[in-house]
Design a protein around this ligand. Structure first.
Ligand code: ZN
Length: 205
C-alpha cells in the first residue's frame, strides 16, 4: 500500500517532465500548408506538378523542425485536396500561432523567376501577417539565392482566418532554370530551411 502510494507520487511528480519529452514541450504550434493536392495539381509545366513539389518541401520542413522550438502541423501529408477554408479552420482548431501556405509559381513569361510572399489584401498595415511575409521572404532568398520579388498582396482565402498568415511562392515552374532547381532535392531542402528560419525569425526564436 505504502509502496503503491510512493510509486503514484513518483509518477505524478515526473509526469510533466515525461510529457515534455527530451527537448521540452513545444509551446508554439505552426500550421504549414502544401498548396493544392489531389484533383488540383496547381501549376503543371513539363510534367512537373506544383502539388508534388510543395508537398515534398513541407515534409522536409516538418523533418527539420523535429526537436526544435515549434511544433509544425501540416494540412496534408499525402496527395489529397483539402478545402481552402478547411485549411485555415484546421489551423485555428489546433491552436496555431501562424499559418503558412507553400506554393510554386507560374508565369506565361518563362523568363520570370524568383520568390514572392503574399498576404491577403484585407489585412491592415499593422497586421502581423506582413512581418511574417517579410521574414519568410528574406530567409528564403538568403537560403536559395533566388531573386527577391517582394512581399505582395491580393485577395486570398487566408482572409477566412485572423491568424497571422502568408503564402510563399518559392519559385517559378515556368522558368526552365528555376524548375530544374526545384527538381533538385538539395534545393528543396534549402527552401524548407529558409521557410522554417522565416517562421523562427517571425516568432523571435
Ligand atoms: Zn499554387
Amino acid at each position: 500500500m505504502r509502496r503503491g502510494w510512493f510509486l503514484f507520487l513518483i509518477w505524478f511528480l515526473t509526469l510533466p517532465f515525461l510529457a515534455a519529452g527530451p527537448v521540452g514541450s513545444p509551446s508554439l504550434i505552426v500550421v504549414v500548408d502544401a498548396g493544392h493536392g489531389g484533383e488540383d495539381p496547381g501549376a503543371v509545366v513539363a510534367g512537373v506538378k506544383e502539388k508534388d513539389v510543395v508537398l515534398d518541401i513541407v515534409l522536409r520542413l516538418f523533418q527539420l523542425a523535429q526537436g526544435g522550438p515549434v511544433e509544425v502541423v501540416l494540412t496534408r501529408i499525402t496527395d489529397r485536396y483539402v478545402d481552402l477554408k478547411e485549411r485555415v479552420r484546421f489551423a485555428e482548431e489546433v491552436g496555431a500561432v501562424l499559418y503558412l501556405s507553400v506554393h510554386a509559381n507560374y508565369s506565361s513569361n518563362s523568363r520570370v523567376r524568383g520568390i514572392e510572399v503574399w498576404v491577403d489584401d484585407s489585412r491592415r498595415p499593422d497586421d502581423p501577417s506582413w512581418a511574417l511575409a517579410r521574414a519568410v521572404l528574406e530567409d528564403l532568398v538568403e537560403a536559395t539565392g533566388a531573386p527577391n520579388r517582394g512581399v505582395r498582396s491580393q485577395k486570398l482565402y487566408m482572409r477566412h482566418t485572423k491568424l497571422p498568415a502568408a503564402l510563399a511562392e518559392v519559385g517559378y515552374l515556368s522558368n526552365p532554370g528555376e524548375r530544374r532547381r526545384l527538381l533538385d532535392p538539395a534545393y528543396r531542402e534549402r527552401i524548407a530551411q529558409g521557410l522554417l528560419q522565416g517562421i523562427y525569425d517571425f516568432l523571435g526564436l
